[in-house]
Write a new protein. Sequence first.
Length: 382
Amino acid sequence: MKFSKSRNTSRWIIIFASFLIISLILWNTYTFFQIFKNEERLKMNLWANAQKTLKNAGETTDLELPLQIFSNNTSIPLMLTENDSIINTVNIDEEIVKDKQRASSFLSSLKYQNEPIIIEYVPGKFQKLYYGNSALLNKLKYYPIALLLIIVLFAALVYNFYKSTKMATQNKLWAGLAKETAHQIGTPLSSLIGWVELLKAENIDETITLEIERDIERLQTITDRFSKIGSEPKLENRDLIEETLKSYDYLQTRFSKQVAFSFNAPQKPIIVSINSTLHSWTVENLVKNAIDAMKGRGKLSVSIEEEGEYVRIKVSDTGKGIPKNQFINVFEPGFTTKKRGWGLGLSLTKRIVEEYHKGTIKVLYSEIGKGTTMQVSLKKVI
């Protein structure tokens, strides 16, 4: 408990420190921007004074300093106007200057960037100096935006790493619990097997012991499934029709007669690379989901079809259907439309099909009030 509290405190300290560092960087960037902006304003004031000197120059006026000031400005774009007419431009593309409309538009953008400098070269006569930001100042202006984008990207990466680490930890926990459950079930199963043998010795009706044995085998299968969670299952080349029919036959005998079962498949073996235990789990989850959707009453069809190098298993029901915008969500952990349940059945099925059997699973068809067809696609062993 103390460790968890300490870890949360450390996390908040890191977040606070990160925001503090970001704020300091942005504040310093803004300060530098204002310093450079003021320096460029001073340069433009010098340029305006040089222009005034040049305008009022006589035969004895020394023009060396004004001309030097003019030549030193190689980065700041400017326009000099008099009576709303442009009379001079510096550091502006000639194509813009030649086009009156573009020149006027450019002048408007300069008016927006900085306040003009008024040059009164003689009493009552004025010129206005409009100037923009240098390339360096523009880069500095966009630097905070780039910095924020980098920080957001970094934060997203950290969040994804943290989330994936947390999910990995949870997966390990669930895998450990599943294996422990399988281990715990094993002990009473061994005892039940012994009791069945005792019942046989007492000449109990064979059909009773046969059904009990089938249920015990089912429990052993479930135990085997749980023991395989979190580990790489062994795949074998099996007849998909035979393996699917085993699960189908067992489920058919365990559900109400109000569910009309049907099974269709080619009259020949179709070999695929699967794990029998996990495949039976896939079939069971799809069939149980279909029956739940029909509320235990309706028609359920399981069919197997070949299509090129793939084989499709389709489980159809006449249940309530799934809205199209939920087709993807049904495979998300925790998604369920039932009042009871964890919403893990289809999520586990998707993992078995896609991660272990290298196939695909999807909602092939669904219509509200008419039913749903789920499809599993697996590659055949040629």
